[in-house]
Design a protein around this ligand. Structure first.
Ligand SMILES: [Mn+2]
Length: 144
């Protein structure tokens, strides 16, 4: 299994390739807010562990293994964003919070959160009920 840091790189590389068709070291460095030399080091590690290959003209190419895990990581990120959105987390906090938790949950927890998200998406009136509880709690907090 990739480490949390490897996961961040594979996730970003997968996103860049899906969105732009390629992933350059400079783009990865910018997206992850790290130094390009750190990217080069990690890319070599990911190459050694056969998540990707560096090809002279095409640049970084994910292997089948890299693509599979990359898609899973991007889907996990999206799911957790939907989850935080549904439970009413402020939009400004969502991205950073997902980045903070995504590597630290078991796939078991991710799958069960997936069920919960599906439940709320299939019964949107439950989201309205949850909102009422939130409003009540926020009013109580505000009046304390
Ligand atoms: Mn992420």
């Amino acid at each position: 299994m990739p480490t949390p840091s490897m996961e961040d790189y594979i996730e970003q590389i997968y996103l860049l390739i899906s969105n732009k068709g390629y992933a350059r070291v400079s783009d990865i460095a910018e997206a992850l807010e790290v130094h390009p030399s750190s990217v080069t080091k990690m890319v070599q590690k990911l190459d050694r562990e056969s998540y990707l290959h560096y090809e002279r003209y095409r640049g970084l190419v994910l292997t089948a293994k890299g693509k599979k895990i990359g898609k899973r990581l991007v889907d996990r990120h999206d799911l957790l964003e939907r989850f935080l959105m549904i439970i009413g987390v402020d939009e400004d906090n969502i991205y950073a919070d997902v980045e903070g938790i995504e590597h630290h949950l078991s796939w078991n927890s991710i799958d069960r959160i997936g069920d919960l998200v599906q439940y709320f998406e299939e019964y949107p009136e439950r989201i309205t009920e949850l909102k009422l509880i939130q409003e009540k709690n926020e009013e109580e907090t505000a009046s304390q």
